[in-house]
Ligand binder design. Structure first.
Ligand code: 5RP
Length: 224
């Protein structure tokens, strides 16, 4: 079992019968979905899931999990997701993918939100390894970019084919920015109050715990 599979299996211990579980997006997340589907089938747990992306929804359906639409839920029992960066106070950076709006909604709706990752995701400050993504209304991106240029440097995200702008699952553009400011609370506030930003990649005060793997071992970090 590799390190991603290991944390995915470890997260299963927080799953119990009849739960509604929020499903994550990413390579670590994929391991969790497969492991969850297997356990659900073997132990007849009657788990229902809600997906943070079309990709995870398709994977969940293919593995036989019962998928609910986001419109059908008011809260969920558990949300398990990966992250691009994790600080010691459990602030996360997410959004290398394109599903920030759904991911943060599920994180906020969850009674318990557990992050699963390998040790490479642990950082001192958010933004150490990746720029911070902000999902913006297409008509607003130049206005928002102009505001953010006063605080940092960055640009609109180009798509994988390098022939247009990247478009999120909600039909928006993404601005990726680096900021000299390292205080995550201040950065979280700046991006949260900037008009035109629909959602951003700083997950502040949302995760309850993290399962972090390295060389076949898992350490747990919990919010105090
Ligand atoms: C998607 C995410 C992913 O959870 C994050 O990119 C981690 O992915 P991986 O497990 O493949 O490293 O935030 O928006």
């Amino acid at each position: 079992m590799n390190d991603k599979e290991l944390v995915a299996h470890q997260a299963l211990q927080y799953v119990s019968e009849n739960m509604i579980v929020g499903l994550c997006t990413g390579s670590t997340a994929n391991c969790f979905i497969d492991a969850l589907a297997k356990r659900n089938k073997e132990e007849k747990l009657n788990i229902k899931v809600v997906s943070s992306s079309v990709v995870s929804m398709i994977q969940a359906k293919e593995t036989g999990l019962q998928v609910l639409a986001m419109e059908q839920i008011k809260e969920i029992d558990l949300y398990v997701d990966g992250a691009d960066e994790i600080t010691s106070d459990l602030t996360l950076l997410k959004g290398r993918g394109y599903d920030l709006v759904r991911e943060k909604l599920l994180a906020r709706a969850a009674k318990k939100f557990i992050v699963i990752a390998d040790e490479s995701k642990i950082v001192k400050n958010i933004g150490d390894n990746f720029p911070i993504p902000s999902e913006v209304h297409p008509f607003a991106w130049e206005l928002v970019k102009n505001i953010l240029m006063k605080k940092g440097t960055g640009d609109i995200r180009i798509n994988a084919g390098k022939d247009g702008y990247a478009i999120t699952s909600c039909g928006n553009f993404v601005l990726d920015f680096n900021f000299p400011e390292k205080n995550t609370e201040k950065l979280n506030t700046l991006l949260s109050i900037t008009p035109g930003i629909v959602e951003h990649g700083i997950f502040y005060n949302l995760a309850h715990g993290a399962l972090v793997s390295q060389n076949g071992r898992v350490r747990e970090i919990w919010r105090s």
